[in-house]
Ligand binder design. Structure first.
Ligand code: A5P
Length: 236
């Protein structure tokens, strides 16, 4: 089995570059996952040095980590808008910078935070770059538990084979109390259309396609760290 921490130096490098974009008094969105965890660590170091920010976490896990490291947390009751959110991704499509997210199960809160953010910076290592979304990861779809089999059957009609996510032999439950169906679509030519039909399916709460949301993607590779911004139009 390959070392799960082999990419950590690259993840850390991308995270540290992203945290350079944080300014005093910002309201931040904090992502979820192994790369976002390096963001939380790097941000905590700046907070310890006197940076004044408040942050809305995208999962209970991130909230606990941020709290433990002394990052002041806030919520949408106190702040309707976020200045800058920083999060990881499972796939980044070259050019469009469209994403698949949710392998860590936090896609719903991540999407709410991304949608409320002025700027959304994505941090990845270069293994996450793809020519077309769906090449490496299924689309995670968060669904309500009631009638999940019927929701899965409805999604199957879109040309996928949904799998109910399991972790350690148990059905995975999101922070919102929902299930996740992982839906492989091999290569997604029309993500905008797919996003709409998935979300129109009864029982679906949200899906892991993040289209037209990235304002920058920070990619770390063995050759260094690049900041990519959305290029020649979005595939819709
Ligand atoms: C969490 O739900 C996800 O969207 C993560 O942002 C994504 O899975 C990337 O995670 P890693 O940084 O651990 O690869």
């Amino acid at each position: 089995m390959s070392d799960p921490h082999a990419r950590d130096p690259l993840k850390r490098a991308a995270a540290e570059r992203a945290v350079e974009f944080v300014e005093n008094r910002m309201v931040l969105g904090l992502g979820t996952g192994s790369t976002a965890a390096f963001v939380v660590e790097a941000l905590a170091r700046r907070v310890a040095q006197g940076l004044s920010v408040v942050a809305i976490p995208t999962s209970e896990h991130t909230a606990e980590m941020a709290r433990g490291l002394g990052i002041p947390l806030t919520n949408f009751g106190e702040h309707r808008r976020i200045d800058l959110a920083i999060d990881g991704a499972d796939e980044v499509e070259r050019g469009t910078l469209n994403l698949i997210k949710g392998h860590g199960g936090a896609l719903l809160r991540e999407k709410i935070v991304a949608a409320a953010s002025e700027r959304f910076i994505v941090v990845v290592d270069d293994e996450k770059l793809v020519d077309r979304l769906g090449e490496r990861f299924p689309i995670p779809v968060e669904i309500v538990r009631f009638g999940w089999q019927a929701t899965a059957a409805a999604l199957e009609k879109l040309g996928t084979k949904p799998e109910l996510r399991q972790t350690d032999g148990r059905t995975f439950i999101t922070d919102g109390g929902d299930f996740i169906l992982d839906c492989p679509f091999s290569s997604i030519a029309q993500p905008r259309q797919l996003e709409q039909v998935i979300n129109m399916t009864v029982g679906v709460v949200e899906n892991g396609l993040f289209l037209g949301r990235s304002t920058a993607v920070i990619v770390a590779s063995d050759n260094g760290v690049d900041v990519m911004t959305p290029g020649a139009g979005e595939k819709a």
